[in-house]
Design a protein around this ligand. Structure first.
Ligand SMILES: Nc1ncnc2c1ncn2[C@@H]1O[C@H](COP(=O)(O)OP(=O)(O)OP(=O)(O)O)[C@@H](O)[C@H]1O
Length: 295
């Protein structure tokens, strides 16, 4: 039998992983996979386990939300393990699974892994050792809503939503940044930025499937410059809402390596989880870093 490590976050989403665990194991067993189960207890456990043991099996399966998947991918890459990855989405938003059209229910997701084909995916390297599978973003909003974005994976839609609530430009503190995108240089005051590798950044705003390829070695980045007046702000909101990312009020870039230089107090989120920024942050596309088994 082939061996699979199931890394399970029992508290993700509606706790489906607990309810479906025996049936999930049974599906793998029937397909001649022997399961070892690792149950996480806290943040960081999935990364540690994948880093230390990800090379000792034929397949590693992450079972949880986007945060758990992010942790498993981080562990595999930190440990330089080439072991194929499977994903059983059990989170509350499951943006990654939506973006790849993976089944959203645990048992069909198992089938998709068992009968799936290897699919190479680009992964984002943030700084020297943090990874993200679909988005790294920052926002300069003073709003409380932005400072607790753990369950908000729709970063661009969320930015538009917050901007709509802004009545005065005094509510926004622009972040002065220099951006280098594969050698192209930009410098401005920005209020939001997101580097993405996904077609699904939530239900409201989506990048076209034709524009985003998850294994093309490139990321898409959307930057919102600081609006000089409320008219400019409205133009930005309209461009976001209508998905006209090439509108002159926005900056839309595509590159494999981005460098963001600014102040170190910029708060970033990676796949919805907080990450500390430094005065210069490099965001790099690690081409074909992960082999995902899926149908
Ligand atoms: N046993 C546990 N109890 C509580 N939190 C855990 C546990 N194991 C891991 N975590 C942490 O919980 C955080 C959230 O988990 P995860 O993202 O998988 O679920 P979610 O937030 O419900 O789903 P989604 O991210 O799709 O909305 C992650 O940062 C993860 O590291």
């Amino acid at each position: 039998m082939k061996s699979v490590f199931l890394i399970i976050n029992p508290n993700a989403g509606m706790r489906q992983a607990r309810r479906f665990l025996p049936e999930m194991i049974s599906l793998f067993n029937r397909a001649e996979w022997l399961c070892s189960v690792y149950v996480t207890e806290k943040r960081g456990d999935a990364t540690d386990f994948a880093r230390l043991h990800g090379g000792e099996t034929d397949l590693v399966v992450a079972c949880g939300g986007d945060g758990t998947l992010n942790e498993v991918i981080t562990g595999l890459l930190q440990g330089s393990h080439k072991t194929p990855l499977g994903y059983i989405p059990c989170g509350s938003t499951n943006d990654f699974a939506n973006g790849l059209d993976l089944p959203l229910e645990p048992l069909p997701a198992c089938d998709s892994i068992i009968f799936g084909q290897p699919r190479l995916l680009d992964i984002g390297l943030f700084g020297s050792d943090r990874y993200f599978s679909y988005t790294a973003s920052f926002g300069a909003f003073t709003s409380v809503a932005w400072s607790t974005p753990q369950n908000v994976k729709n970063v661009i839609g969320h930015a538009a939503y917050i901007l709509e609530g802004i009545r005065s430009l005094a509510d926004i503190h622009p972040i002065h940044m220099k951006i280098n995108a594969d050698g192209r240089k930009y410098e401005d005051d920005y209020i939001f930025g997101a580097v993405c590798n996904s077609t699904s950044l939530g239900g409201v705003l989506k990048l076209d499937d034709t524009e985003v390829h998850m294994s093309d070695g490139l990321f898409e980045a959307l930057l919102i410059p600081f609006p000089q007046d409320l008219l400019a702000l409205n133009r930005i909101i309209t461009a976001l809402r209508t998905r006209h990312y090439d509108d002159p009020s926005l900056l839309f870039l595509r590159a494999s390596v981005f460098t963001f230089s600014g102040t170190s107090d910029v708060k970033w989120t990676l796949d919805g989880e907080e990450a500390e920024g430094t005065s210069t942050v490099e965001v790099r596309n690690v081409h074909n870093a992960v082999t995902l088994l899926c149908r």
